[in-house]
Design a protein around this ligand. Structure first.
Ligand code: NAD
Length: 457
């Protein structure tokens, strides 16, 4: 099938590459010339495991092309996926300017029936706005070309995006019941057929319910994290090991084990903005989402948990202190620094007078870019960050190590080396990677999240 993907970011590039892998002819459009140049020169603008191979294979086979040519992109795809960003607006609502700009471009150039698919995460009612934007352009041209707008939210996880796209646990598609809607439904069914060989994965629903489903999924996952973080903070006070509790409750099939890890807060491009956007939607309808309000507040506080533990141990004035930080990306296997907890910790440490040495396996270049923005008011503090080539090099003469991202490479370090390179054998573990009893056996002062019972032993 002929597919156009508008927006060649995490979601657009993965969607385009995976659909090309299945034999479709894919045209990827972006307004960012730099991204398109990188892709046309055989590179990949983001870090995503396995993606480079899929892109290279399909580019070589001529099944995927990258361009900034809007007219050509509209002419190409019978199905036009909108996969542009929906960042938070100043009031927390989803900023739809990129989605609507993409829609207007389609309306300006289309000459025959198109299925337009909202793949970006967008609030309930956006498909109507997309429809309106396209129809507005068609009216200006006095054109009666038909189209259908479908909602097909994306559930892939950064770091496992190719795997998730190729083996989805569900495909949510919202279609309306008109004649154009049923043509769109048939085309979407055909497009996703290869994913349905083992069993039916498509959940058909109305457009608004599909839009809402994406927010509900992210809100639920964020809730589980904040719930465990809040309990972990209490566990630290009452002498309870939150890891034991996690096992104890996760074995109940009604609860399950996933997404119950206590830590130093969730970040990334999705959970923070989607929770906020859902709250804003509620406000627009005169409703208040009290649970999600708290989920967000708990998370904001949780991002300070490592800083607070460090202040408690070393005092509020960190002048003359030096810390090693392992992990910058908001989670492992990505270089995405959006809303990463490391940004909060680095701000706290540097503004309190400390120097830091940081290491992340892939996110250091992206970190340099975003930290320039974070420290726009105090750029001289950026000189107090040293970027280390490997985890061990970050440790030299540090008063303590803080772990922010649970990269696999950090899970089983040579603890003798860790101890000999640190000035003090002190670890603040924001992802509970290590066992407190093992740390105590190694004479390492260990501060996990909600693991105080064993730390005190
Ligand atoms: N990143 C994730 O893990 C993830 C997962 C599921 C859903 N989503 C959702 O998918 C959407 C895209 O997210 P992302 O992380 O891929 O964003 P991204 O910022 O990585 O990519 C968006 C791309 O769209 C391009 N763009 C903007 N306006 C354009 C236009 N008019 N025409 C063509 N290109 C344009 C930008 O230049 C950018 O390259 C968001 O709504 C997000 O919430 C993201």
């Amino acid at each position: 099938m002929k597919i156009t993907i508008i927006g060649t970011g995490y979601v657009g590039l993965v969607t385009g590459a995976c659909l090309a892998e299945l034999g479709n002819e894919v045209f990827c459009l972006d307004v960012d010339q730099r991204k398109i140049d990188i892709l046309n020169n055989g590179g990949i603008p983001i870090h995503e495991p396995g993606l480079a191979d899929v892109v290279a294979r399909n580019r070589a086979a001529g099944r995927i092309v990258f361009s900034t040519d809007v007219a050509a992109s509209v002419a190409h795809g019978d199905i036009q996926f909108i996969a542009v960003g929906t960042p938070p607006d100043e009031d927390g609502s989803a900023d739809l300017q990129y989605v609507l700009a993409a829609a207007r471009n389609i309306g300006k150039h289309m000459t025959g029936f198109k299925v337009i698919v909202d793949k970006s995460t967008v609030p309930v009612g956006t498909a109507d706005k997309v429809k309106g934007a396209i129809q507005g352009e068609l009216n200006q041209r006095v054109s009666d070309v038909k189209f259908s707008v479908v909602s097909n939210p994306e559930f892939l996880k950064e770091g496992a995006a190719v795997e998730d796209f190729m083996r989805p646990d569900r495909i949510v598609i919202g279609c309306d019941d008109s004649a154009d809607g049923s043509t769109a439904r048939a085309q979407m069914k055909a497009l996703y057929m290869p994913f349905n060989r083992n069993h039916e994965r498509i959940h058909w629903m109305d457009v608004r319910s599909a839009e809402f489903t994406k927010y509900a999924a992210n809100a639920m996952l964020a809730t589980r994290i904040s719930f465990m973080n809040e309990l972990a903070n209490l566990a630290d006070h009452v002498g309870v090991d939150i890891e034991a509790v996690r096992h104890g409750i996760g074995s109940d099939p009604r609860i399950g084990h996933s997404f119950l890890y206590a830590g130093c807060g969730y970040g990334g491009s999705c959970f923070p903005k989607d929770v906020q956007a859902l709250e804003r939607t509620a406000q627009e309808y005169g409703q208040q989402l009290m649970i999600l309000n708290s989920v967000e507040a708990v998370n904001e506080k949780q991002k300070q948990v490592l800083g607070n533990k460090i202040f408690k141990r070393f005092g509020k004035d960190l002048a003359g202190k030096h810390f090693a930080v392992w992990g910058l990306a908001f989670k492992p296997n990505t270089d995405d620094m959006r809303a990463a907890s490391s940004r909060v910790l680095l701000s706290e440490l540097l503004r309190a007078g400390a120097t830091v040495a940081v290491h992340d396996p892939v996110a250091m270049e992206e970190a340099k870019r975003v930290l320039e923005l974070d420290f726009a008011d105090a750029p001289q503090l950026l000189k107090n960050i040293r970027y280390a080539d490997n985890p061990m090099d970050a440790l030299d003469k540090a008063d303590a190590l803080a772990i922010v991202t649970e990269w696999k490479a950090f899970r089983s370090p040579n603890f003798d080396q860790v101890k000999s390179r640190l000035k003090n054998p002190v670890i603040f573990d924001g992802r509970n990677l290590f066992e407190p009893s093992v740390m105590s056996g190694l004479n390492i002062e260990y501060h996990g999240i909600g693991r105080s019972v064993l730390t005190r032993a």
